[in-house]
Design a protein around this ligand. Structure first.
Ligand SMILES: [Zn+2]
Length: 261
């Protein structure tokens, strides 16, 4: 039994066939999915999707790439209200993104400081609600780690879509955090990401698709969907020299612990 710990089922690309998407995941052995919100509206949608599908849980939060678009002055209160829903298993995604340029008219300096402000306020909220967090970081791992470190021992973070080395992951895991791997582990041009998944100790990581993005190599060019977490699992299991069942067991156990499923 596999768990897709990070998918964006609210995406318009799933609008027409979400029920089939979830059914295909279950058929592929992906029996639980975490639908991740990226702003107030998509967080609300993630919760609604979780309510409609017993296999789906939700997270709620504001992604760093959307912080400049948040217009509701009470966004944090809205996230807080959503977070109290019993199917919400973590806050996020939240974090820092230095890869995508700021919107026109916004300087990098302002952009980074607004991202950091949203990140810190959501971590404060998560701590007050006793929830773990889903962290997005892109070209910003060091700053994200510094910010999360302020909460070490108080909450645990999933560094999702991990593409850095095991040496960078190890201190995070020692502090009680967790990493997760996407279909990038199957890309021939990213052998170092698969290597990290090979070096990682058993039980230290989870699996995800980040669908509708990042289809594994075998499905490249298609819309990614939660069923494809199986392709990633097969690639990592083969590289680690373990069975799919063993990898599924270890990664799903870690996911159940992290999200309290
Ligand atoms: Zn995501």
């Amino acid at each position: 039994m596999l768990i897709d710990t990070h998918c964006h089922l609210h995406s318009s690309r799933f609008k027409k066939d979400l029920r089939d998407v979830v059914a295909r995941a279950v058929d592929a052995g992906v029996t639980q999915m975490i639908a991740v919100g990226c702003d107030v509206e998509s967080s609300r949608q993630a919760v609604a999707i979780a309510e409609a599908h017993p296999e789906v849980y939700a997270t709620v939060g504001v992604h760093p790439c959307y912080v400049m678009e948040v217009t509701q002055p009470d966004w944090l209160e809205q996230i807080q209200t959503l977070a109290q829903h019993p199917l919400v298993v973590a806050l996020g995604e939240m974090g820092l993104d230095y890869h995508h340029a700021p919107p026109e008219g916004t300087s990098w300096e302002t952009y980074k400081s607004v991202q950091a402000d949203f990140f810190r306020r959501q971590m404060d909220l998560a701590f007050s609600l006793h929830k773990n967090i889903v962290v997005h970081q892109r070209n910003s791992l060091a700053d994200a780690v510094t910010m999360v470190s302020e909460f070490n021992g108080r909450l645990s973070a999933q560094f999702h879509c991990f593409i850095d080395s095991w040496a960078q992951a190890q201190p995070l895991l020692e502090q009680g955090h967790v990493i997760s791997f996407t279909g990038i582990t199957t890309y021939p041009q990213a052998p170092e990401v698969l290597q990290c998944a090979v070096d990682a100790t058993a039980g230290s990581f989870m699996l995800e698709t980040d669908s509708p993005y990042l289809s594994p190599q075998a499905k490249r060019g298609q819309r990614c969907e939660p069923a494809f977490v199986r392709n990633t699992a097969e690639a990592i299991a083969a590289a680690r020299g373990v069975t799919l069942e063993m990898l599924a067991h270890e990664t799903s156990q870690r996911a159940r612990d992290f999200f309290g499923l």
